[in-house]
Design a protein around this ligand. Structure first.
Ligand code: NAD
Length: 495
């Protein structure tokens, strides 16, 4: 391996390897070959990154910079990401095997978050309080929390990092990033742009390595004020428990088992495309995957047949190729997990309508592919309908009427996203009201925006990312009291 394929962390503005001297391989899921290495950090590295972020938060120039100055830096970073979007996307595809078309779309869109939150940075306002005590003048200030640890998963590393980074920086916090051990390279490449943009040292630091090795050192460190996490619900719950010991703030973006609901009155061809994009885009490795397709009984056979035909025609292949529609899955353990769920579904009596294993094509042999897979006659109590698979497996579940659809849709521990396909306006609004999920899409699926709050109900998480209110997740309120009276009042009574 040449030195050029080694990425380094950045701590306190300086590039560094790990103190352990070890490296972690990053493997291309299409070729099965290692293409890069990142530092395999230990607890000492994690501590150093937190301490650097803490110093940068306490001392200037970041803490003394105007909010307008912070906003300009964010917008400059957005410009640099726009310039290098294709380069960053190619790194992501090599790291996680998702389609270059998908990753480059994400990387070209990421600058919008930096522009939006860069613009918000100097619009964070406190207020003067009306006061019932005439001798006291009170006002509020909204202040940053301190050091934020941002922990990201492997499926969309830079996009999900941006959802944390942009509002956290706009609010004036400093950051330690812990990317997934499988897909750290794009985050470390981004640090070149952070440096070029001119962020002061220590404001953004990175530490790479295994979550179970360095995670607790980061999330339970006394100098850390907040953890912004995206990942699985078991990891999220463990982080939440650890954070509770130090009463740290958290944002948790976790998993889902999202219902995508097709009524008989929907435009059927659009709904079929919506079902496909809900699950087979990104090989199902997306938290918002519409993995439960709820179909009204009267159109169940027609829709099932159309979805199967559409999915059967999907082109598997090299994710860098613009003609490929389904790439490999990101990791070998993930492929094993997906194949295991296929076996569980069969054992539980679901009918396999398509796929159900690995593809036979020799051109795909080196890659970690699984076939787009569809199970019919799934009942909502089967594990395939209850547990997050994070792969290209669709479960089709029949329902009778609106009430029944709601009952099935909400019968899950999750509540991240949902889709409703109908041409009935009353039904669209009613479903949007009654589905217990952070996002409801009507006659579309998988739309996100820097302007729109995103997050989960129930076990899908706590807090919201994107949209104006996301910045509140990185601020705390201070109330200042100024005595206008002469002298000090009786010290033994509450003023
Ligand atoms: P994961 O929970 O295994 O890992 C996520 C991150 O947490 C990684 O960086 C990992 O190293 C780190 N980690 C692991 N153990 C840790 C610990 N004890 N302390 C601190 N950090 C630790 O998730 P994953 O497999 O990388 O990603 C897939 C999951 O992410 C799916 O469940 C998916 O639904 C979820 N996800 C959610 C969203 C969302 O916005 N809601 C978006 C994408 C993915």
């Amino acid at each position: 391996m040449s030195e050029q394929t080694r990425f380094q962390n950045v701590v306190n503005g300086t590039k560094c390897d790990s103190t352990t001297g070890r490296w972690l391989a990053s493997t291309n899921p299409f070729t099965g070959k290692t293409w890069a290495e990142v530092p395999h950090c230990g607890v000492e590295d994690a501590n150093a990154a937190v301490e650097a972020a803490h110093r940068a938060f306490i001392r200037g120039p970041w803490s003394t910079m105007s909010a307008t100055g912070r906003g300009k830096l964010l917008r400059r970073l957005g410009d640099l990401i726009a310039r290098d979007a294709e380069k960053l996307a190619a790194i992501e595809t090599r790291d996680n095997g998702k389609l270059f078309a998908e990753m480059s779309g994400q990387c070209r869109y990421i600058p919008e978050w930096f522009y939006y939150f860069g613009g918000l940075a100097d619009k964070i306002e406190g207020g003067v309080l009306p006061m019932d005590k005439p001798d006291l003048f009170s006002y509020t200030k909204r202040e940053p929390l301190g050091v934020v640890v941002a922990i990201t998963p492997w499926n969309s590393p830079l996009l999900l990092l941006t959802w944390k980074l942009a509002p956290a920086l706009a609010a004036g916090n400093t950051i330690v990033i812990k990317p997934s051990e499988y897909t750290s390279c794009s985050t470390l490449a981004l640090m070149e742009l952070v440096n070029e943009a001119g962020f002061p040292e220590g404001v953004i630091n990175t530490v790479t390595g295994f979550g179970h090795e360095i995670g607790p050192a980061l999330t339970e460190h006394p100098m850390v004020a907040k953890i912004a996490f995206t990942g699985g619900d078991a990891t999220g719950a463990a982080i939440y428990a650890g954070a509770a010991k130090g009463l740290k703030h958290v944002t948790l973006e976790l998993g889902g088992k999202s219902p995508n609901i097709i009524f008989a009155d929907a435009n059927i061809d659009d709904a079929v495309k919506g079902a496909i994009s809900g699950i087979f885009a990104a090989s199902g490795q997306t938290c918002i995957a519409g993995s439960r397709l709820l179909v009204q009984r009267s159109v169940y056979d027609e829709i099932s047949a159309k979805v199967v035909n559409f999915a059967r025609a999907a082109r598997l292949g090299d994710p860098m190729d613009a003609n490929t529609q389904v790439g490999p899955v990101t990791t070998l353990p993930q492929r094993d997990k997906i194949l295991n769920y296929m076996a569980i579904a069969r054992e539980e009596g679901a009918r396999c309508l398509l796929g159900g294993g690995t593809p036979q094509d020799p051109a795909l042999e080196a890659g970690w592919f699984v076939q787009p897979t569809i199970f019919g006659d799934v009942s909502n109590d089967m594990r395939i309908a209850r547990e997050e698979v994070f792969g290209p497996i669709l479960s089709i579940i029949p329902f009778e009427d609106e009430e029944h659809a709601i009952e099935i849709a909400n019968d899950t521990i999750y509540g991240l996203a949902s889709g409703v396909w109908t041409s009935n306006i009353r039904r669209a609004f009613t479903m949007a009201d009654r589905i217990r999920a952070g996002t409801v899409w009507v006659n579309t699926y998988r739309a996100v925006s820097f302007m729109a709050p995103f997050g989960g109900y129930k076990m899908s998480g706590i807090g919201r990312e994107s949209g104006q209110y996301a910045i509140d997740e990185y601020l705390q309120t201070k109330c200042v009291w100024i005595n206008l009276a002469e002298g000090v009042a009786n010290p033994f009574v509450l003023r």
